[in-house]
Design a protein around this ligand. Sequence first.
Ligand code: GTP
Ligand code: MG
Length: 329
Amino acid sequence: MPTNLPADYFNAEERFRSATTTEDKVKYLEEMLSTIPKHKGTDHLRADLRKKLSKLKTASSSKKGSKKQISPYHINKEGAGQIVIIGCTNTGKSTLVANQTNADPEVSEVPFTTWNPLPGMMGIENIQVQLIDTPPFCEDYIDPEFLNLIRRVDLVLVMVDLHANPVQELEFVYQKLLQNRIAPQHLEGQIKSEGFLLYVPTLVAVNKYDSEQYEEHFQIFLELLDKDYPLIPMSAKTGHNLETLKKRIFEMLGVIRVYSKAPGKEVDKSSPFVVNRGIKLADFAGKVHKDFQENLKSAKIWGTSADFPGQMVSRDHVLEDEDVVELQI
Ligand SMILES: Nc1nc2c(ncn2[C@@H]2O[C@H](COP(=O)(O)OP(=O)(O)OP(=O)(O)O)[C@@H](O)[C@H]2O)c(=O)[nH]1
Ligand SMILES: [Mg+2]
């Protein structure tokens, strides 16, 4: 240790020793370094302190990295489709998720109840889709990760409140999406825009249509709309029209259910293959077993794509929802 060090150095060293946080340690080390006179006799000390300093900085930045929180909006897709529900506060987003899925979000008449997204699985006939509850969307600030989730999903369910201001809510949500370069698929090719637009499928759930008693309300709402929207009046609370909503969601996901059955066996309809609409027999066979795709000769088909039950079809045959397929190799 060189003997000609100034008092400031020892002060800083004292503080460095008693420092408890990495941040403070870095600060006092830098102070120590700045007080050391630069000459041959202090070379070793300075090199030593520099090493310590760089170690501390590396440790603190990797710690910061590991502390970095993964956004709650990073939700892995599960089931036959990922659907995010968005809308203004109190429209009933959490009610739908609470009543139709295994998730248990808080529901309240008090505005701004939901603060974080929450996924749950909802059954549509014999398949399951993922429904994601989200915080109110009618805000000035929207988490960029919330917008990214909207960009990723298979379907955006825009919920408005028939008992509140459904027209304003609807226009606000679509305007907010457009501001962020997200456009509804039903308007593809009709929106003038200078830059890139990402088109996402959207469906409007006009909630709190608890019974037919609200039909007049709903008709007035329709008359006040300035554009066409794909919409369904329904009630998350009473379940009114919910089956229609689910059917529409299924259609908009662009998937079909196909059942594979072994020759001479009964078909099991509890676990369909969920595949993209328009799939050909050969590609479907590949999903059942990779050997089937290459070796498939023909198949027998029952269902809407068949001209008659048990029709023999070739590899290029396009399958339809609920077809039953007996693959033959
Ligand atoms: N009459 C009626 N009330 C409903 C319906 N759906 C939800 N509500 C009521 O509306 C209020 C708000 O419901 P929430 O599900 O908490 O609304 P939210 O959209 O999740 O609200 P935020 O979390 O604040 O965005 C509650 O009092 C619900 O009981 C419905 O279909 N009909
Ligand atoms: Mg909520």
